[in-house]
Design a protein around this ligand. Sequence first.
Ligand code: BDR
Ligand code: CA
Length: 315
Amino acid sequence: MKKVILDCDPGHDDAMALLMAIASEKIDLLAVTTSAGNQKPEKTFANARKLLALAKKEEIPVAMGASKPLRRELIIAEEVHGETGLDGAELPEPSVAARQISANDLIADILRNSEEKVTLIATGPLTNIAIFLLSHPELKEKIEQISFMGGACFGGNYSPHAEFNIYVDPEAADIVVKSGVSVAMFGLDVTLKAQLFERDIQEIREIGNQVAVTMADLLDFFHLTTTVPFWADENHVEGIHMHDPCAVAYVIDPTLFKVYPMNVQVETGENLSLGSTVVDYDNVLGREKNVSVGFEVDLPRFRELVMDTMKYFND
Ligand code: BDR
Ligand code: CA
């Protein structure tokens, strides 16, 4: 079992990522920390706590992270995730009091006291991870790997060249890819291929437990914001993009993905490609291959992992 801390900004796809981490027998989920991204920090924190209440896993500690990016004002994705950050379903209120520990202190405490190395999975802007790396360099060696959803080799979804999580806090992403820690990146190149379809939502709903029915409602809402590729003809059916679960699924079973080591830098300059991950796909620079970049997913097996996740829960 891998020791894992999940840093997330729920968020519909973050919700699936969190449930996947809880349900997997390959993951020992030590803590959840929340980033400001899809919604304001108080909302993503509340959502993470509600999701743990839904999953009946409130013993897993949750801590709130930074309220804004390292050097920029916060940008949120209300148009994608709604006013609550998890629009589309009713979630139970937490039944335990919120912890008064910061994400940074919680991550540090866990790593300091862990005999085994700990994997950090990030599915929101990388602010908390960067703050941790800067404030606790002595604990870097305790990190097994950082697996994050963000960036793209080709394209973008917030600007023509930038994906949302990296655009929100490019300075944080820059710190992470330069950290010297083993880093795996699941950007749009692969996450746009990790799709669920209407029939999958239906199958999830029919599983029938409270988690699955709630997730089906959340997916229905998330589906409304699915972007269709420019080349799609009238016969093309674009599924729901399960971005964040990719970063978790890789930790559960790396054979689900094709990843390649490449040099990755982050554009932090105020120009057209601000927030883009500059991936040296053809190794033209010959620089250190500092990031394992995901490009392909085994969709049938990924889908099976999603279904197994939903079946894990019972009422
Ligand atoms: C990323 O942005 C967020 O809206 C999603 O939760 C995901 O982490 C996709 O670009
Ligand atoms: Ca997210």
